[in-house]
Design a protein around this ligand. Sequence first.
Ligand code: BGC
Length: 744
Amino acid sequence: MMKEIRKAVFVRPASPCEDRVWRFEKTFSLTKPVRRATLAASALGVYTASLNGSEVPVYVLAPGWTAYRKRLQVQEYDVTAMLQKENTLSLCAGIGFRFVSNSGFRKYRPEKFPDDVIPMGELAVIAALTVEYEDGTVETILTDESWLVSQTEWRYAQMYNGDDYDATFVPDAPTHAVAVPLSTDCLIPQEGAPIMEQERLPVKEVIRTPAGETVLDFGQNLTGYVSFRVKGTRGEECVLSHGEVLDRDGNFFRENYRSARAQIHFICDEEEHFFKPRYTFYGFRYVRVDAWSGELDPADFTAIVVHSDMERTGYFESSNEKLNQLFHNIIWGQKGNFVDVPTDCPQRDERYGWTGDAQVFCRCASLNFDTRRFFGKWLGDMRADQRTSGLVGRIIPSVCDADLGSAAWSDVCTVLPYQMYLTYGDPAFLKDNLDMMRRWVDYMRGRFDDFVGPEEHHYGDWVALDVPEGRYIGATPKGFIASAYAYYSTRIYQKSCAVLGVDCPAEYEAFAERAKREIYEKYMDEEAFAAAHLDDDAKLRTQTRCAILLFFGLCRSDEERRAIAEELNTLVRENGTRLTTGFVGTPYLLHALSENGYVETAFDLLLQEAFPSWLFSVNRGATTMWEHWDGIREDGTMWSTDMNSFNHYAYGAVGDWIYARVLGIGYDEKEPGFAHTILAPLTTKRLDFVRGSLKTSFGTISSAWHHEGDKTVYEFTVPDGVRATVRLPGIEKEVGAGEYRFVC
Ligand code: BGC
């Protein structure tokens, strides 16, 4: 139906949209029997649709969020059964993901996209209803200026601020829609995994807080919206506020939402209503009932969890309930932030596709869920938004014209496609993105001295703990991280070329070596480091630096590797077996330790409960991953209100170590997609048992181990089509499909 919708025109209301929801309507008659009818629709904004008063079951927050100047998804729905002789087709649309005009980022960066045909704060819809008659003829109803537009009960719907719904509202007479001179070249068929309502959670507890507030606790920090039944007197207003945590005193807390109001205001008429937001979403666990009509019945409220539709593929369980809760939090961190775009967080005035967050988490994410459609579509947006210079921005889809990049953020353009290739074994991820990878590497290559220099914009080891409290950028020098990632991305580009049989010129080898040299010239000994005159926060010896050197294969000899591993182990142990790593170092930390002889240290870090650690937040009642190790401090106070999300998946990256080393289901780069699997769990006496599985494109691989006396019993299932190398203490064995048990 793409052909038909391209004949339609984008239409908008005649007056400014003012963050209201607008109804676009067309009536038409059908004279002949219908064989099939398909509605194709999209919007600059988010839309719902109905035909003759019945809802078309559209995806949640359709058409999703893309780099929509170049790519705007079109959804198709079979509406055959909904047609009558006389018909009214209506599309309602709110501003949706185009929220950046109003708050959030725009506040900090006032740049505009100069090529916007309609301003960021305005919306438009486009649709084509194709009716195929029994006699073989076809008729299409297209959006154009004959459509009528009116305001709706949704007086306001804005992603950050929430919904204002007035059931008493009576619209003025409709006016004609206005055509928007926007080419339909940007329209593409639905590419991503559609956002859908996935789960429903009842109220777990109604809390009366010390401050006298009434708070509904859904027991789980989640992304979606609350639905409720309400019946009040005419004009009565019900108000609900959303929050993620309670403060130290047990009172409702929402300061970490910053400027996002995140409230529902509902004005009653006399009727009973079943309400749920349709043009917004919220990140929350708690709902404070600020105003309500009559007696509050918790059975009238349900939290609806929404996220992109992805099949769950990874499972893990152990004898340690806290570790199980951590895994649960990792999964829910992904659910809450995989809403069409991999967002940093779902609650405050950001909710952007921050590239660094996805870069560090994509490995774990691709094991937890089948992310092929989800990331495949986001990579399309990344290609579309790559600058002519080759720069890949810090946020995709880009939200302002003058976007900046950063080492470890922009490198998502090499790391993600390669990870998708490793997890799923599909070289198309490399093929589709090879050019983007090359252009990013060329960008760094073309301006390397500046790129690793002190003036360049980088986020460094974001929110690490090796700097004085209150600083965002950790102590590992930014130039070191930039050099290391330049090396890493170039190596990924070279490997990708090799997989695809594409010639990779010698300049790239030279560039990787150049990047490595930079590290050895400045960041390997105290003297050279002192001569580099970095800022006061910069330190040479950090956990993140060691983890990167080891994980990226930057050591020049085994001896050097052993020395760096020992340094890392000492840094961790001398810190009371506690980590100090931020976004960049954390995903590699346990791998770097366990692959270099410090297995017990890795387990001790994983199972550490004292601050800072993964289980510290679990002990504090977390149900999702926190942005900061100290989101809530040991004394119960908050890190800060400025930047303190309780649903930020980045530190959940540790999940990939759990799959690869605790369950011991590891891949072989030479035979990706788990065609050849390395079954090599590491064990500890601190856990009695673990079990879990990973669904690959071949079938499910499972792994379990438990202790029996002084022996460990290992059990594996290998599906058809997979070869596995079992590597256990004193055992190395090649196996094919089957079930296996080893005792050693
Ligand atoms: C986001 C992060 C992001 C960062 C950039 C923050 O505001 O929430 O997750 O990566 O900015 O450093």
